[in-house]
Design a protein around this ligand. Sequence first.
Ligand code: PEP
Ligand code: MN
Length: 338
Amino acid sequence: MIIVMQKGASKEQIDHVIDRIEALGYKPHPIFGEQRTVIGAIGDERGKFRLESLASVPGVEVVMPILKPYKLVGRELKTEPSIIKIGEHTVGGKEFMLIAGPCSVESREQLITVAKSVKEAGAQYLRGGAFKPRTSPYAFQGLEEDGLKLLREASEITGLKIVTEVISRTDVNLVAKYADVLQVGARNMTNYSLLKDLGKIDKPVMLKRGMAATVQDFLMAAEYIASEGNTEIILCERGIRTFENATRNTLDLSAVPIIKGSSNLPVIVDPSHATGKRDLIAPMSKAAVACGADGLMIEVHPKPEEAFSDGAQSLLPDEFAKLVEELKKYLELEGKTL
Ligand code: PEP
Ligand code: MN
């Protein structure tokens, strides 16, 4: 339910409503707007009619239901887009989030080389998996903590912020120690216990869309994280499985404006995993900017033919730099900057 306070409601009145929400067994989520305060009361849907009694509490203007199943990540309670701060950067506002780097962290030389080149080209974030969720148990599984240490070192050298994946609940604190943004991969989008744990940390989470997830499934997964307190969530469209096999997945770009209209969270696009093909990265990146994406995540490798994973979809550093230059025109049209 949304409890809309009257314009000019006093702090005591707001605090009283918050206490009443808690006493009824719901979690209060106040949003202090310029005009008025609204308080979300989130919890068990079955007993929510009990919150209607708050309509007669002093300072309350109206109590209304949140119609969508996703409450905190939607637009009914929080009508403005969320802008997430990551160090000196922001995502969700005018600044475009550009994440680049290898699929996997393979060696110090590989990582530092890519980090320097993507920084030079204009990226603000370095990606690289230290824990890899591979389809085959016999494929490279990642350097684990050694990989995380290399990512931190690359960040210290270049100033890039680190985006890296966490695949298991037991590693959440470890990954949070090294990463600036924790990535949840497509294969883990419905790992609700992992999502709940990520809801308790104080670092932003980048949640990738599951291969067979509808937009609503995707937003409900984000709601799991938000419901535990962490609302710093960046959504990533990375393609879904369809009958089409000309590309690795089918990039659902229509999801971007759909999500921007129904969620307050920023949305970025990963054209690398969406297409699986180097030649498609540039056109799909431009299309992502044009349809309102808040950022891109692109795989870059100095020697794609020798990559431990996803070489065929990785750009060479020079190709990435050229793409960033081309993207600047598209970003300008959208009123965004790097
Ligand atoms: C990745 O970004 O490293 C990755 C494994 O992607 P996805 O989870 O989208 O398959
Ligand atoms: Mn990859």
